[in-house]
Design a protein around this ligand. Sequence first.
Ligand SMILES: C[S@@+](CC[C@H](N)C(=O)[O-])C[C@H]1O[C@@H](n2cnc3c(N)ncnc32)[C@H](O)[C@@H]1O
Length: 249
Amino acid sequence: MVDRVRSVVFGEAVEQYESARPGYPEQLVTEVLEYAPAGPVLEVGAGTGKATVGFAAHGVDLTCVEPDPRMAAALTSKCPGVRVESGRFEDYVPDRPFTLLYSAQAWHWVDPERRWDLAHAALAPSGALALFWNRYVVTDAELGAALAAVDHRHGVTSSSLHRSTSVQAEESEHLLAHDPRFTDLDIRHYVHHTWYPTERYLDLVRSISAYRMLDPAAREPVLGELAALLGDGVEIAFRTDLTLARRAH
Ligand SMILES: C[S@@+](CC[C@H](N)C(=O)[O-])C[C@H]1O[C@@H](n2cnc3c(N)ncnc32)[C@H](O)[C@@H]1O
């Protein structure tokens, strides 16, 4: 069951989202395009275009589905050449068979009862499905545990920044492995490290739905306690988990 309110809180913090969230490795984009047959590409939950820019740079014919008008406005100004369909993927009616459907950090927001049927219907035979998520790990394990303890004290328990897991990728792998409509399952991982100065890190926190769901009055003490632990900043290891599969027939 998708939390509908939580699924569209990102546009409230569009500036922080755009400045603080990481993008996706160029190598991932290249490998997804190598795996997929050539043709029209569909992105689900494009947000401000963090993944879109990489695919658009390859000159693909790209359609993006995005329900939040504030995120969509940022996307359009960043990637003027792509077609943007406003609305949820559940309500989108594909106007052509796509040879690639990808979704970055967004597939878990689409109705779990319908998303595999919708993906299958949107893809051409042999068309590729590429689902990916970034996980954040504070490289200093002791500091990471102290940051997680702040979350826990304030009741931020699900999908907090300091307890990110690969559950969404693993669930997708499992379901695709057992769905005869998809084949050629391929799992890949990409890791890179980034230094986050404290203010940028706090913007990253502000862009995450688990913290956005707190009242602003409850959110500020969390940010204050996290900042007090950080000093100048923090090194984060970003691990991108990619699940690839192909429509079988
Ligand atoms: C965490 S953001 C990811 C945005 C972007 N792909 C990125 O990697 O930065 C999730 C996005 O999914 C969108 N979204 C939420 N529910 C959706 C749905 N049912 N169909 C399509 N997109 C949805 C949100 O509006 C938001 O822009």
